[in-house]
Ligand binder design. Structure first.
Ligand SMILES: *Cc1c(COP(=O)(O)O)cnc(C)c1O
Length: 360
């Protein structure tokens, strides 16, 4: 069996050992005579899987005790509506920072529920940077400040935490959660879909400070009311059980790798390898300002776009798939999440070097 070198932005590659274990346990989880998909979410087997996953996530991210961890359905796009429903808390407006495609989607959805003040935007330079905080126009009466801390499509990442004083900071971390240590206490709310860096699509993780919940808009569906979900251990509705199980295996894998400090080192090494090559190349370019580049999603362009198709074909012939950039920005994108080994990035750079030598 040949596994692809998979640069997909999401759903994305998972650690091979996790997939093998899931395969081995598919028909019979730990002698229960059942696969995880077949278990009652309220049975003792699944309750154990669920609570162990939560405990491991809390340990990995050092989540303080006054934060709730919720395992929900709906994905980050659903959260774009669920966040204002829960976080306005009687307020009428929220501040949003616009750094690209995912921020734009969050802003558009939030406008259904409140007045959105776009506190800063990097649209003027085609989202090539993250506006520094001294340019932000935060409003005093904002219920929260929303950022997308890693723009999956554009390839921007916050390498700093905005200071928002008493106003809770809300971050869509879908595409870099668990790629580096995070000081959770600096955030009011962190959310993310699992399918980029954690597990299967269908699981959404919400980490929320407990004093911020319990004031959802009356129209909020019960399944999306953080307080009701927190009071029911995320089991107000049936949670995405198989997704939680796989996420739990990924959390164990991360712990075996040495946790987030160690995984961050590898992610720095992997992304530097690619960016250093891009910066040295006369053939490929990175469109993103150096200090704001994402370690997870690396967009790049061929200076001669007429060679895009040939480049992608050659990559596929070497087992490297999903390198085509998002249709909104074009070019190429290599998504190199935790599960991408250093060797995969080495092979990509090797291929790019050869392609450049041949065509330049
Ligand atoms: C993928 C992604 C989303 C959308 O997730 P869905 O699961 O499709 O709802 C939102 N925000 C970011 C940053 C993403 O990477």
């Amino acid at each position: 069996m040949a596994r692809a070198i998979n640069f997909s932005a999401g759903p994305a590659a998972l650690p091979e050992s996790v997939l093998s274990q899931a395969a081995a346990e598919m028909l019979d989880w730990h002698g229960s005579g059942m696969g995880v998909m077949e278990m009652s979410h309220r049975g003792k087997e699944f309750v154990a899987i669920h609570s162990e996953a939560e405990a491991d996530l809390r340990e990995l991210m050092s989540i303080p005790a006054n934060y709730k961890v919720l395992f929900l359905q709906g994905g980050a796009i659903a959260e774009n509506a669920i966040v204002p429903m829960n976080m306005l808390r009687g307020g009428k407006s929220a501040d949003y920072v616009n750094t690209g495609e995912w921020s734009k989607k969050s802003i558009k959805e939030a406008k259904k529920y409140c007045t959105v003040n776009v506190a800063a935007s990097s649209e003027d330079r085609n989202f090539a940077y993250i506006p520094s905080q001294d340019t932000w126009k935060l409003s005093k009466d904002a219920a929260y400040v929303h950022i997308c801390s890693n723009e999956t499509i554009g390839g921007l990442e916050y390498h700093w935490v905005p200071q928002t004083g008493d106003v809770p900071l809300v971050a869509d971390m879908s595409s870099h959660i668990l790629s580096r240590p995070v000081d959770v206490s600096k955030y009011g709310l962190i959310y993310g879909g699992a399918q980029k860096n954690i597990g299967p699509a269908g699981l959404t993780i919400v980490i929320v400070r407990d004093d911020l919940i319990g004031q959802a808009l009356p129209i909020t569906p019960s399944a999306f009311d953080y307080k009701q979900q927190a009071d029911n251990d995320s089991m107000l509705n049936t949670p995405p059980t198989y997704g939680i199980y796989i996420a739990g295996l990924v959390f164990k894998w991360l712990k075996q790798q040495g946790g987030l400090i160690e995984i961050e080192k590898r992610n720095i090494e992997k992304s530097n390898l690619l960016y250093d090559y891009l910066d040295a190349s006369k053939f490929f370019v990175s469109p993103i300002d150096k200090r704001d580049r994402s370690r997870m999603n690396v967009p790049f362009k061929l200076k001669d776009e007429s060679l895009d198709g040939e480049f992608l074909k050659g990559a596929e012939a070497r087992g490297m798939v999903q390198l085509k950039g998002h249709r909104a920005v074009g070019g190429m994108r290599a998504s190199i999440y935790n599960a991408m080994p250093l060797d995969g990035v080495r092979k990509l750079v090797e291929y790019m070097r050869e392609f450049e030598a041949q065509k330049a």
